[in-house]
Design a protein around this ligand. Sequence first.
Ligand code: HMH
Length: 220
Amino acid sequence: GVEAGTTAAWMARHRGMYERATRHPFTVSIRDGTVDLSAFRRWLGQDYMFVKEFVAFLASVLLKCCRQSDGSDMEIILGGLASLSDELSWFKKEAEKWSVNLAEVSPLKSNTEYCRFLQSFSEPEISYTVAITTFWIIETVYQDSFAFCIEEGNKTPPELLGTCQRWGSPEFKQYCQSLQRIADRCLAEAPADAARSAEEAFLRVLELEIGFWDMSSSRS
Ligand code: HMH
């Protein structure tokens, strides 16, 4: 139907937090062309580590999907998992381009905190509804953040456009929208306490994403 779902209501209710995550000074500086390249390199190394953990997270989402849902969601999640293989290769290539030695990168505090959150989803007690909603918002923060960097009027440095297009493309947006439809369907069917847990996870992701951008931009 055309009815706005639960996730859209949350985005409206938590607009301020959502914007702090998706219009963060770090990504806005990419769009402005004022980005500190050492900060970008720091983000690149940290995000490579994050994505490796994200593979395991997505595997746990897929497992919950197989256990608790019909077959139609599975193909979308499996597609997402498969594309992470490509993404890891992209990180390696990009790291070489920016002379970031991925073998030497160790996770900073905010990244460790985020990865610990992702690991908690391996608990079978966490529902598919909470997991798929979490997955959707994690992807959406990147989609929205990087789409802004390639929107009209951007001064994004040409050498960063590839990065922005990776998450800012119309294809990635469509993928996020299919995750959103799954999340909304699950939430519409979920008991109130599961929906409440999903909203908490939504907010936690926004907090962790803000922390991740802060970590990337701060010089320490
Ligand atoms: C920190 N959040 C972070 N890294 C990513 N690569 C994504 C979201 C999107 O996959």
